[in-house]
Design a protein around this ligand. Structure first.
Ligand SMILES: Nc1ncnc2c1ncn2[C@@H]1O[C@H](COP(=O)(O)OP(=O)(O)OP(=O)(O)O)[C@@H](O)[C@H]1O
Length: 229
């Protein structure tokens, strides 16, 4: 399976660059935690990789295919999915209908519901009636149903109690074990580093650490200085 490779990426917003010269590799089966202070540029980096915003310099490749100028739709056809910040379910549809929007087969819907027994129980409920945590599960489940090879997840925990977020993390791990490459942006730094094999710290738009997440978990000083840039 291919890797996704970001090289020398620079993104400009408003007055100047918010991401500068970032390199990043997403390998099949591995989770990369992307962490850093507020306003560091994490969301902008994800948006540039998925094609929400254009890049000012640098490139994004899937295998040998240069997707830097591809549309979002073209990227998604190549297996790239992006769960953007803030949950967006189709509230008027049931859980099952939400999943069928992205699943190619009925079997895939069943496979995904196996990962989320809570949703299976409520499969025929309008999604609007679910709790915030359950709605976030629908968002994740809908992304999984499309079987992306590369999944960018932006602040899955936003608005959720840590206990709910902790419930979602093993499912993300399981999805990576099935072969997906995942880039996880998270405010709960320790939890994100705990499930990830690789880590990238950005501060003021620049990479201040790139390596195994274990190195940061073992050294709070290293993490602290990477945050400070
Ligand atoms: N639409 C926009 N127009 C102009 N500037 C923007 C826009 N969106 C974000 N920015 C700026 O880009 C910089 C990086 O923001 P970004 O949201 O990418 O950071 P972040 O690391 O995801 O932050 P947070 O952790 O707070 O969500 C910030 O200075 C922000 O003000």
């Amino acid at each position: 399976m291919n890797a996704l490779r970001v090289t020398g990426l620079t993104v400009t917003r408003g007055a100047g660059p918010v991401i500068s010269d970032v390199d990043l590799n997403l390998e099949p089966g591995r989770i990369t935690a992307l962490v850093g202070p507020n306003g560091a540029g994490k969301t902008s980096l994800l948006e540039a990789v998925s094609g929400v915003v254009p890049v000012a310099a640098g490139s994004v490749h899937i295998g040998s295919t240069d997707i830097t100028k591809h549309s979002r739709v073209a990227r998604s056809r190549l297996g790239l999915a992006h769960i953007e910040q803030g949950r967006a379910v189709f509230a008027g549809l049931t859980v099952l209908e939400n999943l069928r929007l992205t699943a190619r087969t009925r079997d895939r819907v069943d496979e995904v519901l196996e990962l989320f027994p809570e949703l299976d129980k409520r499969r025929d409920s309008p999604t609007a009636l679910l709790s915030g945590g359950e709605q976030q599960m629908v968002v994740l489940a809908r992304a999984f149903a499309a079987r992306p090879s590369f999944l960018l997840i932006d602040e899955m925990s936003l608005g959720l109690a840590p206990v709910v977020f902790t419930r979602l993390l093993p499912v993300v791990t399981r999805f990576a074990e099935d072969g997906a490459a995942i880039l996880l942006v998270e405010q709960f730094t320790q939890l994100a580093l705990g499930v990830a094999q690789d880590a990238l710290v950005v501060s003021s738009g620049r990479v201040t650490f790139s390596g195994e997440s274990r190195a940061l978990l073992d050294s709070p000083e290293k993490l602290h200085s990477a945050y400070l840039g």
